[in-house]
Design a protein around this ligand. Structure first.
Ligand code: AP5
Length: 192
C-alpha cells in the first residue's frame, strides 16, 4: 500500500498521516520530519538543508530522491507507506514511480486535504507560537504556499492522468472529524 498525502502547508498532512497508520497498516513517512531530524542532529545533510528548510524552499530533487529511497528500504516500509511531503514535483513523482517499479510496486492512492488559506495560516501561526519551527514565519509560509500551488498541485494531475485514484477530503474541522472523513474516503475507494 503506497498512499500519497497532499495538501498545502498546515493542511494537516502530518497529523492525519499519523492517525491513518492504524487504518492502513503501514508507517507514516514524512520527508519534512526526516530533514528536520537531520538538521537537528547536525549531520552534513542536515547542515546543508537547514537554510532551505528555514526559507521554505524546496531541497533539490536528486537529494530528496536519495533520502526517500533510503527510508523506503527500511524493513518497516516493506509493506508500503503513507508518504507525506513526497513527491512535491513531477520530477520527484517520476523518480518515485521508477523506484517503486523496481520492487514491483506502484502508487495505490492519492489523498488530498483541502483547507482554506485563512485556516492554514491560522494553524501555522499558532504552531509558530508553540513550537518555533524555523519555517513557520510569514515569508516562509508564503514561499511554501506558492511552491505548493506551482510545483506540487501539478503532481496530483500527473497521478490522475495515470489513472491512480485521487480522493479529496475536507481538512477543516477538528482533527477527529477530519480523520473520520479521510477513513471514509479511503474506505469508499476500497483501500482501507
Ligand atoms: P513539510 O514538513 O512537509 O512541511 P509542509 O508541507 O509545509 O507542511 P506542514 O508540516 O507545515 O503541515 P502539514 O500539512 O503536515 O500539517 P500538520 O499536520 O503539521 O516540509 C518542510 C520543508 O522540508 C519544505 O518546505 C522543504 O524545504 C523540505 N521538503 C520536505 N519534503 C520535500 C520534498 N519532497 N522536496 C523538497 N523539499 C522538501 O499541521 C499543521 C499544524 O496544524 C499543527 O500545529 C497541527 O497540530 C495543526 N492541525 C492539524 N490539523 C488540525 C485540525 N484539524 N484542526 C486544528 N489544528 C490542526
Amino acid at each position: 500500500m503506497i498512499c500519497l498525502l497532499f495538501g498545502p502547508p498546515g493542511s494537516g498532512k502530518g497529523t492525519q498521516a499519523e492517525l491513518l497508520t492504524a487504518a492502513l497498516g503501514v508507517p507514516h513517512v514524512s520527508t519534512g520530519d526526516l530533514l528536520r531530524a537531520e538538521a537537528a542532529a547536525g549531520t552534513a545533510l542536515g547542515r546543508g538543508v537547514a537554510p532551505l528548510l528555514a526559507a521554505g524552499e524546496l531541497v533539490p530533487d536528486e537529494l530528496m530522491q536519495q533520502v526517500l529511497e533510503q527510508r523506503l528500504r527500511a524493513p518497516d516500509a516493506a509493506r508500503g507507506a503513507i508518504l507525506d511531503g513526497y513527491p512535491r514535483t513531477v520530477r520527484q513523482a517520476r523518480a518515485l514511480d521508477a523506484c517503486l517499479a523496481r520492487t514491483g510496486r506502484r502508487v495505490d492512492v492519492v489523498l488530498v486535504l483541502g483547507v482554506d488559506e485563512t485556516t492554514l495560516i491560522g494553524r501555522l501561526v499558532h504552531r509558530a507560537a508553540e513550537q518555533h519551527r524555523a519555517d513557520d514565519n510569514p515569508a516562509s509560509i508564503a514561499e511554501r504556499l506558492a511552491g505548493y500551488r506551482q510545483l506540487t498541485e501539478p503532481v496530483i494531475d500527473y497521478y490522475r492522468g495515470k489513472g491512480v485514484p485521487v480522493l479529496e477530503a475536507n481538512g477543516t474541522g477538528d482533527v477527529d472529524t477530519v480523520h473520520r472523513r479521510t477513513v471514509r474516503a479511503l474506505e469508499s475507494a476500497g483501500v482501507a
